[in-house]
Design a protein around this ligand. Structure first.
Ligand code: BG6
Length: 512
């Protein structure tokens, strides 16, 4: 809907045309007023994802009628210009100066550092002023788009100034991964947050859960009758979960060095995908019921060994990124020549339940690989023919959830080639989300809206996070003890050691 259409509709409805009123009666609009405080508003994530997502929500008329955005910044110089440019560059909706101006009027900056109690007092005063000015009850979201090492300091400051509680209105806090470095540090972090906010007010972002195709895993499994009867170890041979990226970590050494691929995306995104693929049908589609099922699966998930044969790690060397020659990680700024940070990780896990006993789940991820793709491939066992006379070449059917970039679903089957004989050829039946449905919202649009309306369904709980660390910690310890990552050329499918994980079981990775 264009702005003039929105204005026409609003004037018919008696609205004033303010940004929050862009679509009066829009069922997706959040109804309760709110103020969101972003710590780290000038940082990479806020510029590339959060502020553009907020703009997109404004553009679609989904923000609350009364919405203020407060940036807590070290220096306010040029922040507004920076945010405007970020919206132009990264928002999904086209840049519309009227929508931006209306939003920008409600963006406020408070200057200070995280250890400056006076700055937090100024923040409290500012929030009260906004409440009084707009007649709001004091509903605050504190978005910590900052390194986890600063979480505890900011939470303590919020507690000192009393911003974590209030006589009226609600308080919510949003945190971004990494939620720790291992189980012990994650527990410490979880406890620091829960000292200041009740667990029901803490929203941990795993942006993969905000992706429409990821949510579709549950729809496909439980809205259709044909998959569930086959969804077990009698019919499924194995599952492959792949997240490959063509880009490297150039410019991200500060975050990535010493973290690596397993902590960066397997501990969170990929184990969440596994939980959705493997979980039982929840009693209800609400936050508690879905979390309960995911927790059961994560509690039953364990690494399959021996780790030297069932896992692999690699670091990209020189090669190409999207056809352009690039140096290896050790030659990139911020990394040392002896950095042991892995940019590729692969592992094997099993889920010790009656449904999944004996089914290996192979998980791999890497940077600077052949191409960008995230998918889950469920491979079914080939048919067993009763009579040799009836035997045709058997195929393994594969159901592929393509999470990105071409989100959709594919089913690989075998079909007879026309002509004499019974020659079986693999063919694929496919569905592209984009050709069937309208464009989907970005993950952060969905997740920010869900925080504003207190829907925690798509946010992992503390227990899920800790169970996921418990799964991968032994592998991280193993890697810490033995050797270094193998090197693979940038622009390839990863180290040869990854191929062996599957070949030793008589299987192969799906080609990248
Ligand atoms: C982030 C990781 O969580 O996910 C990044 O920290 C990674 O390293 C990114 O590049 C990938 O997200 P997406 O949505 O592009 O698959």
């Amino acid at each position: 809907m264009t702005v003039s259409e929105v204005q026409e509709r609003n004037s018919l409805a008696g609205g004033s045309g303010a940004v929050g009123e862009a679509l009066i009666g829009n069922p997706c609009q959040v109804t309760e007023s709110a103020t969101m405080v972003i710590f780290g508003i000038a940082g990479d994530l806020a510029r590339k994802k959060l502020v553009p997502a907020i703009y997109d929500l404004a553009h679609g008329g989904q923000l609350p009628l009364d919405f203020d955005l407060v940036g807590f910044v070290r220096s306010s110089t040029d922040v507004e210009t920076l945010l405007r440019q970020a919206v132009i560059a990264y928002a999904r909706a086209p840049f519309d100066s009227e929508v931006w101006e209306a939003l920008a009027k409600r963006i406020h900056l408070v200057q200070g550092s995280f250890d400056d109690t006076a700055a937090f007092a100024a923040l409290a005063t500012r929030l009260t002023e906004l409440d009084v000015r707009h007649g709001k009850p004091g509903n605050y979201v504190f978005y910590l788009s900052i390194p986890p090492s600063a979480f505890a300091t900011v939470c303590d400051q919020l507690a000192i100034t009393g911003l974590n509680r209030g006589d009226s209105g609600w308080r919510r806090v949003v945190v971004e991964k990494p939620f720790g470095h291992d189980l012990a540090s994650s527990q410490t972090l979880g406890a620091a947050l829960e000292r200041v906010f009740p667990s029901s007010s803490i929203y941990r972002i795993d942006h993969y859960l905000g992706k429409e195709t990821v949510q579709n895993i549950l729809a496909l499994r439980f809205a259709n009758g044909m998959f569930e009867p086959l969804w077990n170890n009698r019919h499924i041979d194995h599952v492959q979960i792949t997240m490959s990226e063509s880009v490297g970590v150039t410019g991200r050494a500060g975050y990535y060095d010493g973290v690596g691929a397993a902590r960066d995306v397997i501990q969170n995104h990929l184990l969440q995908l596994l939980a959705l693929i493997a979980m039982e049908e929840p009693v209800r589609l609400d936050a508690d019921s879905i979390a309960a099922e995911k927790i059961k699966i994560l509690s039953a998930t364990e690494l399959l060994g021996p780790l030297s044969e069932t896992s692999a790690r690699g670091q990209y060397g020189a090669g190409v990124e999207n056809d352009v020659p690039v140096p290896g990680l050790a030659d990139e700024s911020g990394f040392t020549a002896d950095s042991a940070t892995e940019t590729f990780a692969a592992l094997t896990v099993g889920v010790a339940t009656r449904r999944w006993a004996g089914v290996p789940f192979f998980i791999r991820t890497g940077k600077r690989l052949t191409r960008r793709t995230t998918e889950i491939a469920v491979t079914f066992t080939p048919p067993v023919h009763g009579s040799p006379a009836a035997r045709v070449a058997a195929v393994s059917n594969v159901l592929v959830f393509r999470v990105q970039p071409d989100d959709g679903i594919e089913l690989h089957i075998g079909a007879k080639r026309p002509g004499d004989g019974m020659h079986i050829q693999p063919v694929s039946l496919g569905m592209d989300f984009r050709s069937v449905f309208d464009e989907a919202p970005e993950a952060y649009e969905r997740l920010i809206r869900d925080v504003l309306r207190a829907d925690a369904t798509l946010f992992p709980r503390r227990e899920e996070v800790e169970l996921s660390w418990q799964i991968i910690d032994p592998l991280l310890e193993h890697w810490g003890t033995f050797g270094r990552p193998d090197t693979y050329p940038s622009g390839t499918a990863g180290p040869a050691s990854a191929e062996r994980i599957l070949s030793r079981t008589g299987r192969v990775w799906r080609p990248l």
